[in-house]
Design a protein around this ligand. Structure first.
Ligand SMILES: [Zn+2]
Length: 566
């Protein structure tokens, strides 16, 4: 049989409805309730905000906390108050926890461009993968929230009840100083709620606005056709000239989250790149491994914007590389293993042929990069043009790492090697070392895909046809390199250390010494224009790493880098 409702009520409230309450006990208990609820809230606010913001949020949160000190006669009202105070407090708590997490992990605020862009650009599957990768943080923060929730729930119930033993209101009143203090706080709270910038810090208002911004961003991306039309018109006006007579095929392989420090090609201790090394041994001076390659962005969207817009700021209205290539008569393919709205709208749709392999219905949710190889082969086989630019966008080692290689294809989790020993010596946690093994396995599979793409390029067409191939990552990845964590990393150098490799079948590439020169990915456009053999009036030979006039300039990135030549 179910418990009658009245009995449940009696258990929920500390005092049975309308029963007399001892005066002092009630007041003390109410004070304690205010104190504990207030302190819990303050702690969480302080975690996610700093400086003056903490005080501003505390004032915004105060009225509901103070309500606990206001004696209520009706038990129903007290219950309602408990629920409202709990919801209110958890709003502030959740806000504090999310902000603290973003600050700790990405040194970013939720309304910063990076977080907004990532949120707007993430679909449900990616969110799940993200949570799967970062479940430890999720557990920690959920635990903190649960503790806060229990504390607030327990003490919000003890809010002041009306003192029924004393018939006069006066008798149950608090001392003069308490009332004055409460009055002052409430007055400041009135000011806070009257002021628009202050009011906007309230979690409910802030996050409503935040979700609006995400929607606006998505809507802006959803129809970039006009922007693309303008880019094409601009490129036609620039009218780049193709210097290369005869057929020409250029392949650009952009990968994701590959840190060059984990490639044996760059001297890593685990054999993660046997196939690329075999290519290097065979290709000789037709292949250049740029030893000191850097991205200037730690996340995909800005990195790709920079790559295709020559690293020039938006205000300079830089042309788009794909538009220039098309204006010069190249047929452009975009073959991608990403399912990514912003990239598709800002770059991919500028191509003549767009193939989002990952989006094909019925495919396994995490499709491996190898899935794109057939599409690329089709592009090579296309006979409708003799100028081809084939852009391939890979998942690389984008988290979660274990999804980036076939099942049971991790040779690095069997025994303890020098890499593992080094990580232990550096004090890296077991879970970071485990991620490193998976990351390296992802790189080994990646080596297979990238080498296949190079092999396809090397063997395509007639031997005398001009062909070129460039491979680079959008950004790096931290997997216990400089800190005890794994993931995108704007705050450590690992977030920016990328591979960059060039192959072409004509004209030897820069020699060994020149390959030591640092290279920055936001200048990749200048190098690609060289590989495409396009001449245009915006040329900056000092930024083309393949040219004799190349002059390195250190980029401004958010981390201190001892030397870009390492
Ligand atoms: Zn990325």
């Amino acid at each position: 049989m179910r418990t009658p409702p009245t009995r449940r009520v009696a258990r929920l409230t500390s005092f049975p409805p309308d029963a007399p309450v001892p005066r002092n006990a009630s007041r003390k208990s109410a004070l304690l309730a205010c104190g504990v609820v207030g302190a819990t809230l303050f702690a969480l606010i302080a975690l996610g905000h700093d400086g003056r913001r903490i005080a501003q949020l505390a004032v915004l949160a105060a009225p509901m906390v103070l309500w606990l000190a206001w004696p209520l006669r009706s038990a129903r009202m007290r219950r309602l108050r408990t629920v409202l105070v709990w919801l209110w407090a958890m709003g502030f708590a959740l806000d504090g926890a999310v902000r603290a997490y973003l600050l700790d992990t990405y040194q970013a605020a939720p309304d910063g461009a990076m977080v907004l862009g990532a949120a707007a650009n993430t679909n449900a599957r990616e969110s799940t993968e993200y949570l799967w990768m970062h479940w430890r943080s999720a557990v920690v923060w959920s635990g903190a929230l649960a503790v806060a929730g229990v504390l607030v729930g327990m003490f919000a119930r003890r809010g002041a009840a009306f003192d029924a033993t004393e018939s006069s209101v006066r008798a149950s009143r608090s001392p003069f100083w308490t009332r004055s203090l409460v009055l002052v706080v409430l007055l400041i709270a009135c000011v806070a709620y009257a002021s628009k910038p202050w009011r906007r810090l309230h979690p409910a208002i802030f996050w409503a606005g935040w979700s609006q911004s995400v929607h606006t961003l998505r809507a802006a991306w959803a129809d970039q056709e006009k922007v693309r039309d303008r880019a094409m018109a601009q490129a036609r006006a620039i009218a780049p000239v193709a210097l290369q007579a005869g057929p020409s095929t250029v392949v650009l392989v952009i990968t994701d989250s590959i840190n060059r420090d984990n490639m044996a090609l760059y001297g890593y201790g685990r054999p993660t790149t046997p196939r690329l090394q075999a290519h290097k041994a065979q290709a000789g001076d037709q292949m250049a491994v740029l030893k000191n390659a850097w991205s200037v962005d730690a996340s995909t969207l800005p990195a790709l914007r920079n790559m295709f817009h020559f690293g020039l700021p938006e205000s300079e209205n830089p042309p788009h590389l794909l538009a220039l290539a098309r204006a010069a008569g190249y047929k452009v393919w975009w073959i991608s293993n990403h399912d990514d709205l912003a990239i598709e709208q800002q770059h991919a749709r500028l191509a003549d042929v767009v193939d989002m392999v990952n989006r094909t219905p019925g495919r396994a949710s995490a499709s491996l990069d190898g899935e794109i190889l057939d599409c690329v082969q089709e592009a090579f086989a296309d006979t409708s043009t003799d100028r081809k630019l084939i852009v391939v966008h890979l998942m690389g080692a984008h988290p979660h790492y274990s999804l980036r290689f076939p099942e049971n294809a991790n040779p690095f989790d069997d025994d303890v090697d020098a890499v593992e020993t080094g990580l232990v010596k550096d004090g890296r946690s077991a879970w970071v070392r485990r991620f490193r093994q998976e990351y390296d396995a992802a790189l080994l599979y990646h080596d297979f895909v990238v080498s296949e793409l190079l092999q396809q390029t090397r063997s395509a067409g007639k031997p005398d046809e001009y062909r070129a191939w460039m491979y680079l990552s959008d950004h790096g990845q931290e997997v216990g390199h400089g800190s005890d964590r794994a993931g995108h990393s704007p705050s450590t150098a690992s977030g920016y250390r990328i591979p960059a490799v060039v192959w072409r079948n004509r004209e030897p590439l820069p020699d060994g010494a020149a390959q030591q020169q640092p290279f920055r990915a936001d200048w990749a456009g200048w190098t690609l224009m060289d590989l495409l053999k396009l001449q245009w009036n915006g040329q900056m030979p000092e930024r083309n790493v393949l040219g004799d006039a190349y002059r390195w300039q250190a980029p401004k990135i958010p981390v201190a880098v001892e030397s870009f030549s390492r």
